[in-house]
Write a protein that binds this ligand. Structure first.
Ligand code: PLP
Length: 287
Protein backbone atom coordinates (compact mmCIF):
# COMPACT_ATOMS: atom_id res chain seq x y z
CA UNK A 1 0.00 0.00 0.00
CA UNK A 2 2.81 2.37 0.78
CA UNK A 3 6.52 2.47 1.23
CA UNK A 4 7.19 4.22 4.46
CA UNK A 5 10.70 5.16 5.41
CA UNK A 6 10.96 5.05 9.19
CA UNK A 7 11.05 8.52 10.72
CA UNK A 8 12.36 8.80 14.26
CA UNK A 9 12.13 11.85 16.53
CA UNK A 10 14.39 11.78 19.60
CA UNK A 11 13.07 13.50 22.67
CA UNK A 12 14.93 14.28 25.87
CA UNK A 13 12.81 13.59 28.92
CA UNK A 14 13.80 14.82 32.39
CA UNK A 15 15.19 12.05 34.60
CA UNK A 16 16.01 9.72 31.70
CA UNK A 17 19.65 9.61 30.60
CA UNK A 18 19.15 8.62 26.97
CA UNK A 19 16.76 10.31 24.60
CA UNK A 20 13.59 8.38 23.87
CA UNK A 21 13.33 7.60 20.17
CA UNK A 22 9.78 7.96 18.90
CA UNK A 23 8.92 6.06 15.72
CA UNK A 24 6.54 8.39 13.95
CA UNK A 25 3.90 6.21 12.34
CA UNK A 26 1.69 9.28 12.63
CA UNK A 27 3.66 10.63 9.67
CA UNK A 28 3.26 7.55 7.48
CA UNK A 29 0.34 9.07 5.63
CA UNK A 30 -1.45 12.43 5.96
CA UNK A 31 -4.88 10.81 6.23
CA UNK A 32 -4.35 7.34 7.55
CA UNK A 33 -3.57 6.61 11.14
CA UNK A 34 -0.22 4.85 11.44
CA UNK A 35 -0.71 1.35 12.75
CA UNK A 36 -4.14 0.89 11.12
CA UNK A 37 -2.57 1.02 7.71
CA UNK A 38 -0.37 -1.97 8.59
CA UNK A 39 -3.26 -3.92 10.08
CA UNK A 40 -5.34 -3.41 6.95
CA UNK A 41 -2.68 -4.19 4.39
CA UNK A 42 -3.06 -7.98 4.25
CA UNK A 43 -6.75 -7.92 5.11
CA UNK A 44 -7.27 -5.88 1.98
CA UNK A 45 -5.10 -8.17 -0.10
CA UNK A 46 -6.97 -11.20 1.19
CA UNK A 47 -10.34 -9.64 0.36
CA UNK A 48 -9.19 -8.70 -3.13
CA UNK A 49 -7.62 -12.12 -3.75
CA UNK A 50 -10.96 -13.71 -2.96
CA UNK A 51 -12.85 -11.40 -5.28
CA UNK A 52 -14.56 -9.22 -2.69
CA UNK A 53 -15.41 -5.66 -3.63
CA UNK A 54 -16.78 -4.60 -0.25
CA UNK A 55 -15.20 -4.39 3.19
CA UNK A 56 -17.14 -4.34 6.43
CA UNK A 57 -15.80 -3.60 9.89
CA UNK A 58 -16.63 -2.20 13.31
CA UNK A 59 -15.61 0.75 15.46
CA UNK A 60 -16.53 3.50 17.88
CA UNK A 61 -17.71 6.90 16.73
CA UNK A 62 -14.15 8.28 16.51
CA UNK A 63 -12.61 5.02 15.33
CA UNK A 64 -9.19 5.33 13.72
CA UNK A 65 -9.75 1.87 12.30
CA UNK A 66 -12.99 2.73 10.45
CA UNK A 67 -11.42 5.97 9.29
CA UNK A 68 -8.41 4.16 7.82
CA UNK A 69 -10.57 1.41 6.36
CA UNK A 70 -12.90 3.87 4.63
CA UNK A 71 -9.96 5.63 3.04
CA UNK A 72 -8.17 2.42 2.04
CA UNK A 73 -11.34 1.05 0.44
CA UNK A 74 -11.88 4.34 -1.39
CA UNK A 75 -8.30 4.25 -2.64
CA UNK A 76 -8.70 0.71 -3.96
CA UNK A 77 -12.09 1.30 -5.57
CA UNK A 78 -13.87 -0.90 -3.05
CA UNK A 79 -17.07 -0.23 -1.18
CA UNK A 80 -17.00 -0.07 2.60
CA UNK A 81 -19.50 -0.57 5.37
CA UNK A 82 -18.92 0.68 8.90
CA UNK A 83 -20.80 -0.68 11.90
CA UNK A 84 -20.61 2.06 14.51
CA UNK A 85 -21.04 1.57 18.24
CA UNK A 86 -23.75 3.76 19.76
CA UNK A 87 -26.28 6.08 18.25
CA UNK A 88 -24.56 9.03 16.68
CA UNK A 89 -23.27 9.21 13.12
CA UNK A 90 -22.50 12.91 13.20
CA UNK A 91 -18.89 13.83 13.79
CA UNK A 92 -15.82 14.75 11.71
CA UNK A 93 -14.46 11.18 11.75
CA UNK A 94 -17.65 9.69 10.36
CA UNK A 95 -18.08 12.62 7.96
CA UNK A 96 -14.71 11.66 6.45
CA UNK A 97 -15.78 8.02 6.29
CA UNK A 98 -18.97 8.94 4.46
CA UNK A 99 -17.08 11.19 2.10
CA UNK A 100 -14.90 8.21 1.17
CA UNK A 101 -18.04 6.27 0.37
CA UNK A 102 -18.47 4.31 3.56
CA UNK A 103 -22.00 3.21 4.30
CA UNK A 104 -22.59 3.67 8.04
CA UNK A 105 -24.87 1.70 10.33
CA UNK A 106 -25.25 1.86 14.08
CA UNK A 107 -25.34 -0.96 16.59
CA UNK A 108 -26.59 -0.30 20.11
CA UNK A 109 -23.85 -0.68 22.71
CA UNK A 110 -25.43 -3.90 23.84
CA UNK A 111 -25.52 -5.38 20.34
CA UNK A 112 -22.03 -4.06 19.61
CA UNK A 113 -20.65 -6.12 22.48
CA UNK A 114 -21.99 -9.22 20.71
CA UNK A 115 -20.46 -8.45 17.32
CA UNK A 116 -18.21 -11.53 17.36
CA UNK A 117 -21.12 -13.90 18.08
CA UNK A 118 -22.01 -16.22 15.17
CA UNK A 119 -25.62 -15.08 15.32
CA UNK A 120 -24.69 -11.43 14.70
CA UNK A 121 -22.11 -12.33 12.05
CA UNK A 122 -24.69 -14.46 10.23
CA UNK A 123 -27.07 -11.54 10.33
CA UNK A 124 -24.42 -9.30 8.79
CA UNK A 125 -23.55 -11.89 6.14
CA UNK A 126 -27.22 -12.05 5.19
CA UNK A 127 -27.59 -8.29 5.10
CA UNK A 128 -24.29 -7.65 3.27
CA UNK A 129 -23.63 -10.82 1.27
CA UNK A 130 -20.91 -9.18 -0.84
CA UNK A 131 -18.85 -7.90 2.07
CA UNK A 132 -15.56 -9.20 3.46
CA UNK A 133 -15.81 -8.84 7.23
CA UNK A 134 -12.75 -7.60 9.12
CA UNK A 135 -12.83 -7.74 12.93
CA UNK A 136 -12.75 -4.54 14.99
CA UNK A 137 -9.29 -3.02 15.01
CA UNK A 138 -8.06 -5.42 12.30
CA UNK A 139 -7.47 -7.93 15.07
CA UNK A 140 -6.73 -11.11 13.11
CA UNK A 141 -3.85 -13.07 11.54
CA UNK A 142 -3.62 -10.71 8.56
CA UNK A 143 -3.54 -7.76 10.92
CA UNK A 144 -0.67 -9.32 12.85
CA UNK A 145 1.17 -10.07 9.63
CA UNK A 146 1.08 -6.42 8.61
CA UNK A 147 2.31 -5.30 12.03
CA UNK A 148 5.37 -7.51 11.64
CA UNK A 149 6.49 -4.92 9.06
CA UNK A 150 6.33 -1.91 11.38
CA UNK A 151 9.93 -2.21 12.60
CA UNK A 152 11.38 -3.03 9.20
CA UNK A 153 14.41 -0.93 8.42
CA UNK A 154 15.10 -0.06 12.06
CA UNK A 155 18.35 -0.99 13.75
CA UNK A 156 17.00 -2.68 16.87
CA UNK A 157 20.46 -3.23 18.33
CA UNK A 158 20.26 0.36 19.57
CA UNK A 159 17.42 -0.40 21.99
CA UNK A 160 16.75 -2.13 25.31
CA UNK A 161 13.01 -1.46 25.37
CA UNK A 162 10.27 -1.19 22.75
CA UNK A 163 7.11 0.62 23.84
CA UNK A 164 3.79 0.45 22.06
CA UNK A 165 0.20 1.46 22.88
CA UNK A 166 -2.38 -1.32 23.15
CA UNK A 167 -6.04 -1.58 22.21
CA UNK A 168 -6.61 -5.09 20.90
CA UNK A 169 -2.87 -5.86 21.17
CA UNK A 170 -2.52 -6.78 17.48
CA UNK A 171 0.11 -4.13 16.91
CA UNK A 172 2.05 -5.07 20.04
CA UNK A 173 2.08 -8.79 19.22
CA UNK A 174 3.02 -8.22 15.58
CA UNK A 175 5.91 -6.03 16.67
CA UNK A 176 7.00 -8.44 19.41
CA UNK A 177 7.33 -11.20 16.80
CA UNK A 178 10.11 -9.20 15.16
CA UNK A 179 11.97 -8.10 18.29
CA UNK A 180 14.97 -10.11 19.57
CA UNK A 181 14.37 -11.92 22.87
CA UNK A 182 16.74 -9.76 24.93
CA UNK A 183 14.79 -6.58 24.22
CA UNK A 184 11.93 -5.84 26.60
CA UNK A 185 8.58 -5.25 24.92
CA UNK A 186 6.17 -3.02 26.84
CA UNK A 187 2.54 -2.65 25.85
CA UNK A 188 0.71 0.33 27.30
CA UNK A 189 -2.98 -0.44 27.53
CA UNK A 190 -5.38 2.44 27.08
CA UNK A 191 -7.65 0.94 29.71
CA UNK A 192 -7.48 -0.04 33.33
CA UNK A 193 -6.60 -3.58 34.36
CA UNK A 194 -8.18 -6.20 32.09
CA UNK A 195 -7.17 -9.83 32.54
CA UNK A 196 -8.83 -10.91 29.26
CA UNK A 197 -6.52 -8.60 27.33
CA UNK A 198 -3.51 -9.96 29.18
CA UNK A 199 -4.47 -13.53 28.24
CA UNK A 200 -5.20 -12.50 24.67
CA UNK A 201 -1.70 -11.03 24.36
CA UNK A 202 0.15 -13.91 25.98
CA UNK A 203 -1.73 -16.34 23.77
CA UNK A 204 -0.59 -14.60 20.62
CA UNK A 205 2.95 -13.66 21.50
CA UNK A 206 5.84 -15.94 22.36
CA UNK A 207 8.23 -13.12 23.18
CA UNK A 208 9.82 -14.00 26.55
CA UNK A 209 9.96 -10.44 27.86
CA UNK A 210 6.62 -8.89 26.93
CA UNK A 211 4.63 -7.00 29.55
CA UNK A 212 1.37 -5.11 29.69
CA UNK A 213 1.17 -1.87 31.63
CA UNK A 214 -2.35 -0.70 32.39
CA UNK A 215 -3.15 2.98 32.57
CA UNK A 216 -3.45 4.06 36.17
CA UNK A 217 -2.90 7.75 35.53
CA UNK A 218 -5.81 8.95 33.41
CA UNK A 219 -8.69 6.57 34.19
CA UNK A 220 -10.60 4.28 31.83
CA UNK A 221 -10.56 3.81 28.07
CA UNK A 222 -11.38 6.97 26.16
CA UNK A 223 -11.74 9.02 29.33
CA UNK A 224 -10.69 12.59 28.90
CA UNK A 225 -9.56 14.13 32.16
CA UNK A 226 -8.18 17.63 32.56
CA UNK A 227 -4.87 15.99 33.57
CA UNK A 228 -4.74 14.17 30.23
CA UNK A 229 -5.48 17.37 28.33
CA UNK A 230 -2.82 19.23 30.29
CA UNK A 231 -0.31 16.46 29.60
CA UNK A 232 -1.02 16.56 25.86
CA UNK A 233 -0.66 20.35 25.75
CA UNK A 234 2.59 20.23 27.68
CA UNK A 235 3.94 17.51 25.38
CA UNK A 236 3.32 19.51 22.20
CA UNK A 237 4.85 22.61 23.76
CA UNK A 238 7.95 20.72 24.83
CA UNK A 239 8.55 18.40 21.89
CA UNK A 240 6.72 19.96 18.96
CA UNK A 241 4.47 17.08 17.96
CA UNK A 242 1.07 15.82 18.96
CA UNK A 243 -0.03 12.69 20.78
CA UNK A 244 -3.49 11.18 20.44
CA UNK A 245 -5.79 11.29 23.44
CA UNK A 246 -6.77 7.62 23.56
CA UNK A 247 -3.48 5.77 23.10
CA UNK A 248 -0.13 7.47 22.65
CA UNK A 249 -0.58 10.16 25.32
CA UNK A 250 -1.19 7.40 27.84
CA UNK A 251 1.77 5.42 26.55
CA UNK A 252 4.18 8.34 26.92
CA UNK A 253 2.88 9.36 30.36
CA UNK A 254 3.00 5.82 31.73
CA UNK A 255 6.40 5.17 30.16
CA UNK A 256 7.79 8.28 31.84
CA UNK A 257 6.20 7.17 35.10
CA UNK A 258 8.00 3.80 34.93
CA UNK A 259 11.32 5.63 34.75
CA UNK A 260 10.34 7.91 37.60
CA UNK A 261 9.36 4.91 39.74
CA UNK A 262 12.66 3.17 38.98
CA UNK A 263 10.91 0.26 37.21
CA UNK A 264 12.99 1.10 34.18
CA UNK A 265 16.69 1.78 34.47
CA UNK A 266 17.49 5.45 33.83
CA UNK A 267 19.97 4.39 31.14
CA UNK A 268 17.50 2.19 29.22
CA UNK A 269 17.37 3.02 25.53
CA UNK A 270 13.74 3.14 24.42
CA UNK A 271 12.05 3.07 21.05
CA UNK A 272 8.45 4.22 21.54
CA UNK A 273 6.01 3.76 18.69
CA UNK A 274 3.76 6.67 17.85
CA UNK A 275 0.86 4.71 16.39
CA UNK A 276 -0.87 7.79 14.99
CA UNK A 277 -4.58 8.29 15.61
CA UNK A 278 -4.46 12.06 15.57
CA UNK A 279 -7.69 12.38 13.58
CA UNK A 280 -9.47 11.13 16.70
CA UNK A 281 -8.31 14.24 18.59
CA UNK A 282 -11.03 16.12 16.75
CA UNK A 283 -13.33 14.73 19.42
CA UNK A 284 -11.57 17.12 21.81
CA UNK A 285 -13.19 20.16 20.26
CA UNK A 286 -16.46 18.37 19.61
CA UNK A 287 -17.40 18.23 23.29
C1 PLP B 1 -5.89 1.48 17.24
C2 PLP B 1 -4.77 2.18 17.89
C3 PLP B 1 -3.92 1.51 18.79
C4 PLP B 1 -4.17 0.11 19.24
O1 PLP B 1 -3.78 -0.85 18.31
P1 PLP B 1 -4.07 -2.38 18.61
O2 PLP B 1 -3.40 -3.09 17.52
O3 PLP B 1 -5.57 -2.56 18.54
O4 PLP B 1 -3.59 -2.71 19.94
C5 PLP B 1 -2.84 2.21 19.31
N1 PLP B 1 -2.62 3.49 18.98
C6 PLP B 1 -3.42 4.17 18.14
C7 PLP B 1 -3.12 5.58 17.86
C8 PLP B 1 -4.52 3.53 17.57
O5 PLP B 1 -5.32 4.23 16.75
Amino acid sequence: MFDAKPIITSIQVAGISNAIDVLRLDLVHPLISGNKWYKLKYNLQEAQKNGYKELLSFGGAYSNHLHALAYAAHLHGMKSIGIVRGETLENPTLDDCRQWGMQLHTFSRQKYRMKKEPQILNELHAQFPEAYIIPEGGDNEDGLKGCREILMGIDLSEYDVIACAVGTGTTLCGIADTVPDHIKVLGFAAMKNDSTLREHIHKRSSHPDIHLVFDEIFGGFGRLTSELQAYMHQFIKEYGFELDRVYTAKMMANLTALFAAGSLDASARVLAIHTGGLQGNRSLSGR
